[in-house]
Ligand binder design. Sequence first.
Ligand code: FAD
Length: 462
Amino acid sequence: VTSNETIAALRRIVGDRHVTTGADIAPGHLADARMAMPEGEAPAALVCPANAAEISAVLKLCRSAGLAVVPQGGMTGLAGGAVPLPGSVAVALGRLSRIEEIDTAAATMTVEAGVPLEIVQRVADDAGFLFALDLGARGSCHIGGVTATNAGGNRVLRFGMMRDLVLGIEVVLADGTIVTSLNKMMKNNAGYDLKHLFIGSEGTLGIVTRLVLRLHPKPRSVATAFCGFAKFDDVLAFLGRARAELGGTLATFEVMWPEFYRIAIEEAGRRPPLPPAFACYVLIEMMGTDSARDPEKFAAFMEQSLDDRLIADAVVAGSEVQRGAFWHIRDASSEFSRGQGIPAGFDVSVPVGDIGRFVEDVAARLAAAFPDLRPVIFGHLADGNIHVEIRRIPDERARHDIEEIVYGATRDWGGSVSAEHGIGLVKKPYLAYSRTPEEIALMRTLKTALDPDNILNPGKIF
Ligand SMILES: Cc1cc2nc3c(=O)[nH]c(=O)nc-3n(C[C@H](O)[C@H](O)[C@H](O)COP(=O)(O)OP(=O)(O)OC[C@H]3O[C@@H](n4cnc5c(N)ncnc54)[C@H](O)[C@@H]3O)c2cc1C
């Protein structure tokens, strides 16, 4: 039980109106996009600090009071990582919202952790740059949150995950130490590269307060096509050719299996660019810097692939509106489970060359145990990342069996139970499916070294 004195001390640190307790805590701080705090449980307080110094003081206080601290970004996570623990202090980062600097020579942007991703993208765009990370939750997720989860999204193939877009970091450690490592250089091998400890650590090793982000030149040409394939092996061959022919300009390669396309067209009302007659569909996009020649190059590449019968059918977007319509199909996945009952979603990865057989295997294992499930399968193929959406599971008891099937198959194919969403609370039982005991022991060693009292997001990841 938190004493009134601790709450009063928190109020002195961040200001009275930036601490809320009990029923005054907004519901948005009790649930992320995947799960809510169980009914009847509550955090001791929600604290909204303004800067690293205040966060440092909050952590020192919580450490001496033995209180768990749960960092919160935009609460769009899909693993329960930011969901408060009972009796904990939730630390919301939304007030750290300043863009501090754009350095055009270094091509970097220095920002505070609570800036929404979409604002970072817009500010970069206004300055003539691209901030390359992009995902569906862009309007709500924070730049600190996407760092803490090492988010991926639609352009990983070209620009990498968040880990590849961070050059410098500032974090507050569990004991309140502020580590400022706002490096702007591409090269810096002066000892360990500490930022990588915190990127993807889901708020368990430190609270991210500031970042130096890597910017890219703004693309001057974009070419997009929607393709249908007679068999999955052709998709893999097409990916190989796209990598060879389009090189570094290949930005997106999104694959959708037939059930995805059927629902997008028949239920989500999207306009079909192709008849629903294919074994697989791909949305491919190139981003280049030569607006005169790139469209021709892309058209020639597509024509050759059609002539060679690698692609069964394809439509190249002739306008920004048509490009938007293609993306509208891919983005329909966020609507699939609405109003369907209890959904289950999986974000796994396996080596790219195994994806076709992995998908067949998962579908067969699911069909054998639950003939009516009809899984919806799609993903970022070039990253080995497959999403399996089940729109309606029979009941909560079936969830465990379904998870065992999907994660069990992932383990058997040497894959990862979390491609990009993190482990949080929801995938905790399955961490050992993708990590060896030695890997998990080393993770624990790091956790103990940085947070010996286990106050930072305890019980998340492992
Ligand atoms: C519609 C939709 C689409 C999505 N698409 C993708 C996608 O394509 N790719 C992808 O990777 N993810 C995707 N996600 C998942 C989600 O957007 C990401 O995980 C995102 O990175 C979470 O950011 P957030 O600010 O909302 O973090 P939160 O949900 O608030 O927190 C996530 C984790 O990070 C920790 N954390 C947050 N801020 C900090 C900080 N400053 N310091 C330390 N720890 C912190 C929290 O404790 C928690 O463990 C999607 C989610 C939705 C709802």
